[in-house]
Design a protein around this ligand. Structure first.
Ligand SMILES: NC(=O)c1ccc[n+]([C@@H]2O[C@H](COP(=O)([O-])OP(=O)(O)OC[C@H]3O[C@@H](n4cnc5c(N)ncnc54)[C@H](OP(=O)(O)O)[C@@H]3O)[C@@H](O)[C@H]2O)c1
Length: 314
């Protein structure tokens, strides 16, 4: 592997909400050798000029793909990813199957990109709320040291996949409501514990106090997050704004919204202000496209990191 144009990519789950965005972005990023895989239900369908192949263990382990980008759900990833790796490919997996496994890198390129090069075949792509959150937290932590984070999410329906998008399209606006459609352990949704555990792993802050409340809102694309954080050193809102304005993949926007974030690559962050209820407190609001930076784009950036790592080693 050396450049996008000669790297063989397999998109597994190419017919899904994330997979279809992945196919469009791969083209924009100059990847020319792309194959698309999905379940037996979709095998033989035409998608973006490509014929969908069934993602069988045999097809994935044949050794004719360099990087697989998986967006198929946790159960299917657990079953299929090892076959892709056995065939010699690197698998970038967007499900939660491997994210917290010790030794498997969980990567946001702008935050801990170097970890991607430590992979032994699998790289995990974080949750669609964790990715933008860590892009925003990283520069603030480096400047002033995070002492705690509280976050409330407003997550779009596309985060639950293509079928959920269809349901929203068919629903009367009178029936729109907040949903909490994640696994509940009696105290927390798994989405909330993912946000905490993944943020700690990516930022390498295993004891960071972080508490989340997640809800799904009747918006098609784009997740928003209200964030309250504390820092060791005082960090005036104006300094935080300047740091965020120069942070990679972050754009300061006074009033971020899912609508403004949908279809663009950057994480939008605004409402940056002092939180007077705690010492050294800051409040912020972000919005990001969950299908792009929250999923497909982040994984493609990981693939690009691997290519530049190969070039540096050559
Ligand atoms: N949506 C987001 O914003 C987002 C963000 C971050 C991470 N993710 C993660 O990405 C994964 C996919 O999410 P999605 O929203 O794209 O879901 P989706 O729209 O439901 O798409 C699921 C895809 O997986 C394929 N698939 C399902 N079971 C399979 C199997 N056994 N073998 C091969 N292919 C199989 C489906 O193929 P068929 O069409 O043939 O059924 C489809 O292409 C999930 O793990 C999700 O947690 C999603």
């Amino acid at each position: 592997m050396a450049s996008p144009s000669d790297t063989r990519i397999g998109v597994v789950g190419g017919t899904g909400a994330v997979g279809t965005v992945t196919l469009g972005l791969l083209r924009e990023h100059g990847f020319e050798h792309v194959r698309v895989f999905a379940s037996a239900r979709s095998a033989g369908k035409q998608l973006n000029g490509l014929t969908v192949e069934e993602a069988t263990p045999e097809a994935l382990s044949r050794g004719d793909v360099d990087v697989f980008l998986f967006s198929v759900g946790t159960g299917a990833s657990r079953e299929l990813v090892p076959h892709a790796v056995a065939g010699g490919a690197v698998a970038v997996d967007k499900s939660s199957a491997y994210r917290l496994e010790p030794g498997i890198p969980l990567v946001v390129p702008e935050v801990n990109g170097a970890r991607a090069l430590e992979n032994e075949g699998i790289i995990a792509n974080p949750n669609c709320c964790t990715i933008p959150l860590t892009c925003v937290l990283k520069p603030l932590h480096e400047e002033a040291g995070l002492t705690r984070v509280r976050v409330a999410t407003y997550q779009s329906v596309s985060g639950a996949g293509a079928q959920a998008m269809e349901r929203l399209r068919g629903e009367s606006p009178d029936d729109h409501d907040l949903r909490m459609d994640w696994d509940f352990d009696g105290e927390e949704f798994d989405e909330e514990s993912k946000l905490r555990d993944e943020t700690r792993k990516i930022m390498e802050l295993p004891d960071l106090p972080i508490q989340a409340t997640c809800v799904r809102v009747p918006v098609m694309v784009g997740h928003a997050e209200a964030i309250w954080l504390g820092t060791e050193e005082p960090l005036p809102a104006e300094s935080a704004r300047e740091l965020l304005a120069s942070a990679p993949s972050v754009r300061v926007e006074d009033f971020p919204s899912p609508g403004k974030a949908a279809g663009i690559d950057d994480v939008l962050v605004g409402r940056i202000r002092r939180d007077p209820t705690v010492e050294n407190g800051l409040a912020l609001f972000l919005a990001s496209d969950n299908l792009r930076k929250g999923a497909a784009l982040n994984a493609i950036q990981i693939a690009e990191l691997l290519l530049s790592g190969d070039r540096a080693a050559a």
